[in-house]
Design a protein around this ligand. Structure first.
Ligand SMILES: Nc1nc2c(ncn2[C@@H]2O[C@H](COP(=O)(O)OP(=O)(O)OP(=O)(O)O)[C@@H](O)[C@H]2O)c(=O)[nH]1
Ligand SMILES: [Mg+2]
Length: 409
């Protein structure tokens, strides 16, 4: 088994957190070490009996597997245990479904759910048949045969297509908004990180905003973008997005790809790490892998080691790209702003120009390529303040009042 897929005490603890996030309560945990999964029942007949005993003793109504089971394994296990069986992906999908707020978020989750359901259809039908048969003397009635199953498959495929095209049109709108932002040349900084690392809390602390945060997994599903003043010279857009987790179901990554692609458009990534979690190194690795999968490795990155207020004693050595902060107490946030300014400063800078009245063409150029924040028509010329790219600065340098030093020119 891929080491990333292996269950450990840490992943089981996380599974319990996921379960309570979904509104359940764990009544027992079974961990098993075996070289490879049993093709039929995943855990093997002996272990299955042990789980069945636990289910009966504790009167459990649901069994959740930390690993992904094949549809037939899921059915075999559920038949044997006589209770509902979910795997980690199914549980995460369930949480996402309860959290999605925006139209795009809801469409994305629904799409992922249908994709998850499609190969599992056979098992679900049999389940249904068994229930009706035992529930009310319908013996002899014909169950849904292959024809029914095929109709349902077709139905779900059509539903998937419909969702995909609805998503497409929602995204076109967002694409327009993004192009508008690009046109205005406002640099963007995106927060990424493991779920519960403190991304939304950090966004609130940096922008004075009040978006929802919470000590539960997957609190944020939709992208939120806010303006943030990095310093007197630079204003950026800071965006918060869905958190990552180990073994994130693939259909969710696929469904959320467009939301996540926003990350690839950012000028700087802030990777938020929860330093108070004993498992933070592993979590950071998972995030690194997903950043790679999304093709965002080339974007300058700052590692933000958060929740330092919860870490008594010595701080572990961190990389030179890193900064230690507490989104709760505000400690280290100035240092973080400096780091962001440093990372961005090579690309954009707020410059004040004094243009001759005769150079309306340059004013037009600034409007077209930069974000202009202030214009005053004075006797000695037109005073313009704009967020400039190195290119724009180079072109209008002779009229600049302040310097664009350090922009790599
Ligand atoms: N003590 C302490 N708690 C923090 C800090 N930053 C965040 N938290 C808490 O950690 C929990 C998670 O914070 P969020 O900001 O919701 O985390 P997130 O990364 O946005 O999580 P998801 O949206 O679920 O991915 C909340 O209970 C916060 O109050 C910090 O610096 N110190
Ligand atoms: Mg959040």
């Amino acid at each position: 088994m891929d080491p990333g897929e292996r269950s450990t005490e840490a992943t089981m603890e996380e599974l319990e957190d996921l379960l309570s996030t979904a509104g359940g309560e764990a009544c027992g945990t079974v961990l098993q070490a075996r070289p490879s999964p049993d093709p039929k029942s995943f855990i093997g007949a002996g272990k299955l009996r042990e789980v069945k005993q636990l289910v009966e003793d504790e009167n459990c109504s649901l069994v959740v597997f930390d690993n992904e089971l094949s549809p037939s394994q899921m059915k075999a296990v559920s038949d044997e245990l006589g209770v509902r069986v979910l795997d980690r992906s199914g549980l995460i999908l369930d949480i996402f479904a309860s959290r999605a707020r925006t139209r795009e978020g809801r469409l994305q989750v629904e799409l992922a759910q249908y994709k998850y359901m499609l190969p599992r259809l056979t098992g679900m039908w049999t389940h249904l048949v068994r229930q009706t048969a035992s529930g009310g003397g319908h013996i002899g009635t014909r169950g849904p045969g292959e024809t029914q199953l095929e109709t349902d498959r077709r139905h779900i495929r059509r539903k998937i297509q419909k969702l995909e095209s609805e998503l497409e049109s929602v995204r076109r709108v967002r694409g327009t908004q993004r192009r508008l932002r690009e046109k205005n040349h406002i640099p963007t900084v995106a927060l990424v990180g493991y779920t519960n690392a403190g991304k939304s809390t950090l966004l609130n602390a940096m922008t004075g905003d009040n978006i929802q945060t919470g000590n539960r997994l997957f609190d944020t599903l939709d992208t939120t973008t806010r303006q943030m003043a990095v310093n007197g010279n630079i204003t950026v857009l800071l965006s918060d997005t869905v958190g990552f987790i180990r073994k994130l179901p693939h259909m969710l990554i696929e469904a959320f790809k467009a939301t996540l692609e926003e990350l690839c458009m950012a000028n700087v990534l802030l990777h938020v790490v929860d330093l108070s979690n004993p498992d933070w190194r592993e979590q950071a690795k998972v995030v690194e892998q997903l950043i790679e999968e999304l093709g965002a490795t080339d974007i300058p990155r700052i590692n933000v080691y958060n929740k330092i207020d919860l870490c008594p004693g010595e701080i572990p050595p961190i990389d030179s790209n890193g900064v230690v902060v507490s989104a709760r107490t505000g400690e280290g946030l100035d240092a973080l702003r400096d780091k962001i300014a440093e990372a961005l400063g090579r690309h954009v800078r707020l410059i004040k120009f004094m243009l001759p009245h005769t150079r309306g063409d340059l004013l037009e150029y600034l409007h077209r390529t930069c974000s202009v924040s202030n214009i005053e028509y004075l006797e000695q010329g037109i005073s313009v303040t704009a967020m400039c790219s190195a290119e724009a600065y180079a072109r209008l340098r002779q009229y600049a009042v302040n310097s664009g030093e350090g922009m790599g020119l």
